[in-house]
Unconditional design. Structure first.
Length: 375
């Protein structure tokens, strides 16, 4: 015997998770339909973001019946929407297996940025981050990644119809490069011009620093903007606050960044979470400027957003300003990221499936499944 059989294993294909080529292949070879039917199905699923086959009004009744039998359109359920006083909205989305993930919709002048999750929880264990405290439950599949965009787009159409999502950042729960293949598929799906049609120039993938995957991303044909959570100016401190640094230290990380192919006029973004007394001294600023010299980049300073699971402090406004001024004086382009949605636990590093301050999953349970070794 080769292990237990899974009863009711889903045999229907989830169209939300397929790339354009896979959809065409499935509709033509799998269903024996002409190619243009595949394109129509794709447009419904990814261009319009529909939730059911009934809505696919230009398909024949027979084809719709066949689709119902053989396929699903896996959608996330919007379980809750919380709205911040600053207009930021946090969506809590339920997966079909009952997990919760979060996306954050951030209006900012003409721009509207959607921040999406790539995993349920996270395995990377950054000491200052609330998501890390959940441990990793599982990867999101490509359909669950892209559907966050469609659900947010639908919400926006209801609450603020003049706005469109202009920018997409993979900065929600999880480490995108730890879920590399599914994140790549999601990028292919979202940038396809018959689908959501997002430009890769307006998509940013953020990583805690999985060096081999950064190198691999640099060789892809679809290449988003890259953001790197650096968060320290020395290995000594980075080892402590980001254990991933013990595997790939700052030297290796910056080596990969220097080699990363950048399009004309593109820059890498470094995120730098500012933690009082840990990485916020003027010496840190000087070391940071030295480390990043010669890299086409900008630095986003993120003053630490508090949450109950870690006991760091946000530096004073004066210390934040002094740090930024020193970076600028040394020629480093530096921006201060003002917290958005922190009153609803939606700001950077606060995503932990909480609603009105209450944890939805037991936060003290670490690593509910064995965390895969990062490779
Ligand atoms: N795992 C990826 C994607 C998450 S991006 C990555 O690490 O890049 C989330 C960003 O928020 C990261 O730059 C992270 O360093 C930062 N962050 C985490 N916890 C934070 C907190 N409590 N306050 C401010 N920023 C935080």
């Amino acid at each position: 015997m080769s292990g237990p059989q899974v009863p009711d294993a889903p045999t229907r294909v989830d169209l939300r998770a397929l790339t354009f080529e896979q959809t065409i292949e499935w509709v033509t070879t799998g269903l024996g339909q002409p190619r243009f039917r595949g394109e129509q199905v794709w447009r419904w699923v990814h261009g319009r973001g529909v939730r059911s086959f009934d809505e696919m009004s230009n398909l024949s009744r027979d084809l719709r019946a066949l689709l119902v039998e053989r396929a699903t359109v896996g959608t996330l359920e919007v379980a809750e929407v919380q709205t911040s006083h600053d207009g930021t909205r946090k969506l809590r989305l339920a997966t079909r297996d009952g997990r919760s993930i979060e996306s954050v919709l951030i209006p900012d002048g003409d721009k509207t940025t959607l921040c999406i999750s790539s995993q349920v929880g996270c395995a990377v264990d950054c000491q200052f981050c609330a998501t890390a405290k959940l441990g990793l439950f599982r990867n999101l599949d490509p359909g669950e990644i892209v559907d966050q965009v469609y659900r947010a787009r639908q919400l926006l159409a209801e609450v603020d119809p003049d706005r469109r999502i202009t920018n997409l950042v993979y900065m929600g729960m999880g480490e995108p490069l730890h879920n590399y293949d599914n994140v790549m598929s999601s990028l292919r799906i979202l940038t396809h011009d018959l689908g959501a049609g997002l430009s890769q120039r307006r998509i940013t993938v953020s990583t805690a620093g999985m060096v081999p995957r950064i190198e691999k991303l640099g060789r892809e044909d679809v290449r988003p903007n890259l953001a790197v959570s650096l968060n320290a100016s020395s290995d000594e401190v980075r080892d402590q606050i980001m254990p991933i640094n013990r595997k790939w230290d700052i030297g290796k990380l910056l080596g990969a960044i220097r080699a990363y192919p950048l399009e004309h006029r593109r820059r890498v973004t470094f995120e730098y979470v500012l933690l009082a007394g840990v990485n916020d001294s003027l010496d840190d600023a000087a070391r940071l400027a030295r480390l990043l010299r010669g890299i086409k980049c900008k630095v986003n300073i993120i003053p630490w957003n508090p949450h109950p699971e870690a006991d760091f402090q946000r530096p004073s406004a004066a210390a934040i300003e002094a740090f930024q001024e020193e970076c600028k004086r040394l020629g480093l382009p530096t921006y201060l990221r003002t917290p958005r949605g922190d009153d609803i636990d939606a700001a950077c590093g606060q995503l932990a499936n909480r609603s009105h301050g209450e944890p939805l999953v037991p936060l003290r349970v670490r690593k509910p499944v064995a965390a895969p070794a990062l490779d």
